[in-house]
Design a protein around this ligand. Structure first.
Ligand code: PGA
Length: 246
């Protein structure tokens, strides 16, 4: 299976910069999307215009978040239905920055997941442990707790495609990535605990946290990593191109 690359632009690119990135690099993005699965996640405002700019390419567009509510008086929120109407087909949920700064719990992540599936949007669900959990060797316990109810809900509703991004909080934006043996262990374990789900549906596991053109070669050799969630390095087209092609 081709690797999946998800570019999480966060609030690192403005509306104009996001549009410009796509206009300037459209031809190369089109070529890259023939050999890899690529999802760009700009800010909400840029979603619709970018879908229009890249409409004749295989690049997919996702959001970085959505409301946990279906509709109603939630000033400033964006619903899954609105995302769907704007033709976004993916949405990141449970990102560590949302868990830390916006108190997004697994319960909220599940509400968002259900709304996204109801609107034909595939969620990219982030899980990960803090540095403290890591140092106390609690990673698997934390990940299992985050994943358990997500997978149970997905099985119950028979969702047919699920993307899980493992992002250690301490690797995000720090330039530090875990040791290869550590990642081998975590991803083969994730594969085992997701087995009941894997048997019936498609589940993809991504790694995220300080992915760049210098460490990608090693990361690509790790078994059971189906792709990458890329933050800082994804706003530089040349860097993104190298990550995809190296
Ligand atoms: P980073 O971010 O690549 O800048 O570490 C990854 C993410 O937050 O998804």
């Amino acid at each position: 299976m081709k690797h999946l690359y998800v570019a999480n632009w966060k609030m690192n690119m403005t509306y104009a910069q996001s549009i410009d990135f796509c206009i300037q690099n459209k031809g190369q993005l089109h070529a890259l999307a023939n050999t890899a699965n690529i999802i760009l996640c700009p800010s909400f405002l840029a979603i619709a215009p970018i879908i229009e700019i890249l409409k004749d390419t295989n690049i997919k567009i996702g959001a970085q978040n959505c409301s946990e509510h279906q509709a109603g008086s939630y000033t400033g929120e964006i619903s899954a239905q609105s995302l769907s109407e704007s033709s976004a087909t993916y949405c990141i949920i449970g990102h560590s920055e949302r868990r830390i700064y916006f108190e997004e719990t697994t319960e909220i992540v599940i509400k968002k997941m259900n709304l996204l599936y109801a609107n034909n949007i595939t969620p990219i669900i982030c899980i990960g442990e803090t540095k403290e959990d890591f140092l106390q060797q609690k990673t698997k316990a934390v990940l299992e707790q985050q994943l358990e109810s997500i997978l149970q809900t997905a099985v119950y509703h028979q969702y047919n495609h699920i993307i899980i991004a493992y992002e250690p909080f301490w690797a995000i934006g720090t330039g530090i990535i875990p040791e290869a043996e550590y990642l081998e262990d975590i991803f083969s374990w994730l594969h085992i605990i997701a087995q009941p789900y894997i048997e019936h549906k498609i589940i993809q596991f991504l790694y995220g946290g300080s992915v760049n053109s210098k460490n990608i070669h090693q990361l690509k050799t790790i078994e059971h990593i189906d792709g990458f969630l890329i933050g800082g390095a994804s706003v530089d087209f040349e860097e993104l191109r190298k990550i995809i092609t190296l």
